[in-house]
Design a protein. Structure first.
Length: 126
Protein backbone atom coordinates (compact mmCIF):
# COMPACT_ATOMS: atom_id res chain seq x y z
CA UNK A 1 0.00 0.00 0.00
CA UNK A 2 2.90 2.38 0.74
CA UNK A 3 4.24 1.97 -2.79
CA UNK A 4 0.82 2.63 -4.33
CA UNK A 5 0.24 5.75 -2.22
CA UNK A 6 3.63 7.09 -3.36
CA UNK A 7 3.02 6.26 -7.03
CA UNK A 8 1.22 8.19 -9.79
CA UNK A 9 -1.66 5.70 -9.29
CA UNK A 10 -2.23 6.98 -5.73
CA UNK A 11 -5.70 8.19 -6.71
CA UNK A 12 -7.00 4.64 -6.34
CA UNK A 13 -6.59 4.93 -2.56
CA UNK A 14 -5.88 8.58 -1.75
CA UNK A 15 -9.47 9.50 -0.97
CA UNK A 16 -9.47 7.27 2.12
CA UNK A 17 -5.82 6.44 2.85
CA UNK A 18 -2.66 8.45 3.41
CA UNK A 19 0.83 7.82 4.71
CA UNK A 20 1.82 9.32 8.04
CA UNK A 21 5.47 9.62 9.04
CA UNK A 22 6.24 10.02 12.73
CA UNK A 23 9.54 10.29 14.57
CA UNK A 24 10.12 7.79 17.35
CA UNK A 25 10.39 9.51 20.71
CA UNK A 26 13.01 7.08 22.02
CA UNK A 27 14.82 6.07 18.84
CA UNK A 28 14.64 9.23 16.74
CA UNK A 29 13.91 7.00 13.74
CA UNK A 30 11.21 7.96 11.26
CA UNK A 31 8.36 5.50 10.77
CA UNK A 32 5.88 5.63 7.91
CA UNK A 33 2.58 3.79 8.00
CA UNK A 34 -0.60 3.85 5.90
CA UNK A 35 -3.69 5.03 7.76
CA UNK A 36 -7.36 5.55 6.97
CA UNK A 37 -8.60 9.11 7.49
CA UNK A 38 -11.60 11.40 7.38
CA UNK A 39 -10.95 15.00 6.36
CA UNK A 40 -12.79 18.13 7.45
CA UNK A 41 -10.91 21.13 6.03
CA UNK A 42 -7.43 21.20 7.55
CA UNK A 43 -8.33 18.63 10.23
CA UNK A 44 -7.88 14.93 9.53
CA UNK A 45 -9.17 12.28 11.92
CA UNK A 46 -7.43 8.93 12.04
CA UNK A 47 -8.63 5.82 13.83
CA UNK A 48 -6.01 3.28 14.93
CA UNK A 49 -5.95 0.07 16.91
CA UNK A 50 -4.15 0.25 20.25
CA UNK A 51 -1.86 -2.63 19.26
CA UNK A 52 -0.32 -0.50 16.51
CA UNK A 53 2.55 1.57 17.86
CA UNK A 54 2.92 4.61 15.58
CA UNK A 55 0.34 6.70 17.45
CA UNK A 56 2.25 6.51 20.74
CA UNK A 57 4.80 8.89 19.20
CA UNK A 58 2.21 11.68 18.92
CA UNK A 59 0.92 11.56 22.51
CA UNK A 60 1.05 15.14 23.73
CA UNK A 61 1.41 16.31 20.13
CA UNK A 62 4.19 16.08 17.56
CA UNK A 63 5.01 17.27 14.05
CA UNK A 64 4.41 14.67 11.35
CA UNK A 65 4.71 14.42 7.60
CA UNK A 66 1.82 13.18 5.47
CA UNK A 67 1.67 11.81 1.97
CA UNK A 68 -1.83 13.09 1.23
CA UNK A 69 -3.40 12.84 -2.22
CA UNK A 70 0.01 12.49 -3.87
CA UNK A 71 1.71 15.40 -2.08
CA UNK A 72 3.94 15.61 0.99
CA UNK A 73 2.40 17.86 3.63
CA UNK A 74 3.55 19.05 7.02
CA UNK A 75 1.14 18.60 9.90
CA UNK A 76 0.79 18.38 13.67
CA UNK A 77 -0.78 15.28 15.23
CA UNK A 78 -2.02 14.45 18.71
CA UNK A 79 -3.97 11.67 20.35
CA UNK A 80 -7.52 12.92 20.82
CA UNK A 81 -8.94 9.91 22.66
CA UNK A 82 -8.00 6.38 23.61
CA UNK A 83 -9.78 3.47 25.24
CA UNK A 84 -13.22 3.83 26.73
CA UNK A 85 -13.30 7.61 26.20
CA UNK A 86 -13.56 7.02 22.45
CA UNK A 87 -17.07 5.47 22.29
CA UNK A 88 -19.07 8.40 20.85
CA UNK A 89 -16.11 9.57 18.77
CA UNK A 90 -15.70 6.09 17.27
CA UNK A 91 -19.37 6.06 16.31
CA UNK A 92 -19.10 9.51 14.71
CA UNK A 93 -15.91 8.53 12.89
CA UNK A 94 -17.44 5.43 11.35
CA UNK A 95 -20.58 7.31 10.38
CA UNK A 96 -18.50 9.92 8.53
CA UNK A 97 -16.11 7.39 7.04
CA UNK A 98 -18.47 4.69 5.94
CA UNK A 99 -21.73 6.62 5.79
CA UNK A 100 -23.37 3.94 7.91
CA UNK A 101 -25.06 4.01 11.25
CA UNK A 102 -23.25 2.57 14.26
CA UNK A 103 -25.09 1.99 17.49
CA UNK A 104 -23.79 3.14 20.86
CA UNK A 105 -23.30 -0.52 21.79
CA UNK A 106 -21.18 -1.18 18.69
CA UNK A 107 -19.14 1.94 19.37
CA UNK A 108 -18.59 0.96 23.00
CA UNK A 109 -17.47 -2.53 21.97
CA UNK A 110 -14.99 -1.09 19.50
CA UNK A 111 -13.81 1.77 21.72
CA UNK A 112 -11.68 -0.23 24.16
CA UNK A 113 -9.29 -1.16 21.36
CA UNK A 114 -9.40 2.20 19.58
CA UNK A 115 -7.27 5.32 19.48
CA UNK A 116 -8.32 8.49 17.70
CA UNK A 117 -5.61 10.80 16.41
CA UNK A 118 -6.29 14.29 15.11
CA UNK A 119 -3.94 15.71 12.52
CA UNK A 120 -3.97 19.40 11.62
CA UNK A 121 -2.35 20.42 8.33
CA UNK A 122 0.27 23.15 8.57
CA UNK A 123 -1.02 26.56 7.49
CA UNK A 124 0.18 27.51 4.04
CA UNK A 125 1.52 24.03 3.29
CA UNK A 126 0.24 23.13 -0.14
Amino acid sequence: MKALLRSPAHGLLSGAFMLITVTGRKTGRRYTTPVNYVRDGDLLTVLSRRKRSWWRNVRGGAPVTLRLRGKDRGAFACVAAEGTRTGPAVRDYFQRLRHREMSDAEAAADAEDTVIVEVRLDAGDG
